[in-house]
Design a protein around this ligand. Structure first.
Ligand code: HXC
Ligand code: NAP
Length: 291
């Protein structure tokens, strides 16, 4: 058994209709493929229809499932409502919404224009709000139960982080939305959860967060206790469980999947791993002497 293998039983998502925003690339594409493998009908959406259509065709041929490509800029509520209608008309009532679409880049905050800051807030926080309100209100109106929303956040949604401040603010807002609605809308049969991935290589993230000139110096592997970055299938396995009926009791939770990365940053003495054995011998003697 390997961590890169499919974990769930093959019918785990049979008869589910799942929408993945930002599903044409990166982690969204990997989650969509896994959902299809597990029997769901999946709609992927983003701004670029050409990319989405190519992805949908690829995923359908790989999995034998049904994958619908729908163009939608999550910043625009009318486009989100139209996307929701197109998915319902084509695939049937939606059971699961995965808010995965995001925008991000590293920059010192003082270099950001007001519009640059807004652009990230709009894609991540407003986009998640637009999709959540549209899908959630529909579920309430039609009395559809056993639905859920999965939000893809980051570990700096709880710690904050310099150099990605708009994204940190937006993801923190998404996490607050997750926890708030998990309580308020549970009475309508909805669950809300989040996953906080550590570094998982994708072109979208690596181009904007780990560009070539700093790639070696800031190699994420160096700060991850398990010594490696994440494999897409690991995230796909976790999220499939979370959105499936096996996860029915999971509500209002954020699950971190980062090999211990953020804990390492938080523990004040964790960088003592750089101390050699010989130095530990010297330190122990010095400390014992103080008694
Ligand atoms: C400063 C920048 C900038 C940069 C853009 N801007 N790049 N400012 N430094 N590097 C400014 C622009 O000048 C403009 O402001 C404003 O931001 C909007 O830029 P546009 O290019 O007009 O916006 P748009 O076409 O909507 O593109 C949005 C984008 C782009 C976010 C800038 O990168 C994008 O499309 N991203 C989508 C995919 C993505 O980001 N994936 C990575 C997710 S990774 P002005 O004032 O000039 O108009 C992720 C991981 C988190 O979230 C955790 C990792 C561990
Ligand atoms: P990615 O491939 O760039 O995914 C982002 C997706 O969002 C793209 O498919 C993009 O498609 C879409 N998108 C951007 N703006 C949009 C808009 N206005 N409307 C609709 N769709 C939009 O990067 P990724 O690494 O897979 O990221 C996926 C998610 O994981 C994000 O939420 C990210 O914050 C999170 N995450 C990633 C990592 C990591 O290490 N990779 C770590 C933590 C969290 P278009 O450009 O076609 O619109």
């Amino acid at each position: 058994m390997k961590h890169t293998e499919q974990m769930m039983r093959p019918d785990a998502l049979k008869n589910k209709v799942i929408v993945v925003t930002g599903g044409g690339s990166g982690l969204g594409k990997s989650m969509a493929k896994n959902f299809l493998d597990l029997g769901a009908k999946v709609a992927i959406s983003s701004r670029n229809l050409e990319k989405l259509t190519a992805t949908a065709t690829e995923l359908e041929s790989e999995t034998g499932g049904q994958c619908l490509a729908v163009a939608c800029d999550v910043r625009n509520i009318e486009e989100v409502e139209a996307m929701h209608k197109q998915v319902c008309d084509t695939l049937g009532p939606v059971d699961v919404l995965v808010n995965n679409a995001a925008g991000n880049f590293i920059a010192p905050t003082e270099r950001l224009s007001s519009n640059a800051f807004d652009t990230i807030l709009d894609i991540v926080l407003k986009g998640t709000k637009n999709c959540t309100l549209t899908f959630g209100k529909h579920w309430i109106k039609t009395k559809q139960k056993n639905t859920n929303v999965l939000n893809i956040v980051t570990t700096y949604a709880f710690t904050g982080s310099g150099y990605v401040v708009p994204s940190a603010c937006a993801k923190a807002g998404v996490l607050a939305m997750t926890r708030s609605l998990a309580v308020e809308w549970a009475k309508y049969g909805m669950r809300f959860n989040a996953v906080a991935p550590g570094p998982f290589p994708t072109k979208g993230a690596w181009d904007r967060l780990l560009p070539a000139p700093i790639k070696k110096k800031f190699d994420p592997k160096k700060r991850i206790p398990v010594g490696r970055v994440g494999e897409h299938q690991e995230l796909a396995n976790l999220t499939a469980y979370m959105v499936s009926d096996f996860g029915s009791y999971l509500n209002g939770e954020v699950i971190t999947l980062d090999g211990g990365e953020w804990m390492k940053g938080a523990g004040q003495f964790n960088n003592l791993e750089q101390v050699s054995k010989t130095m530990w011998d010297i330190l122990e003697l010095a400390i014992r002497k103080k008694k």
